[in-house]
Design a protein. Sequence first.
Length: 94
Amino acid sequence: MELLSNLGLGFSVASSFANLGFCLIGVLLGTLIGVTVGVPLGVIAAANRGGWIDQVARVVALIGYSMPIFWLGLMGLLVFYGILGWVGGPGRQD
């Protein structure tokens, strides 16, 4: 049996690896944005312990950590694609 056969799915498993580059770009971009925003915000909040920026950072972190990822994705599509029109719709667009 060939390792990269269609496995009864109707498409070749090897064709799924064609989109791997797009996934890696998304992961790296999300990590870069998270680190460049999160680390300075955490340092500023720690320096001003108990202040308003510490409280805001704590609430934003709690909401971000508690929110299901599928809901965050849907709301991102609604705002940035549906309302603002800043990004393309879901799926790969060549």
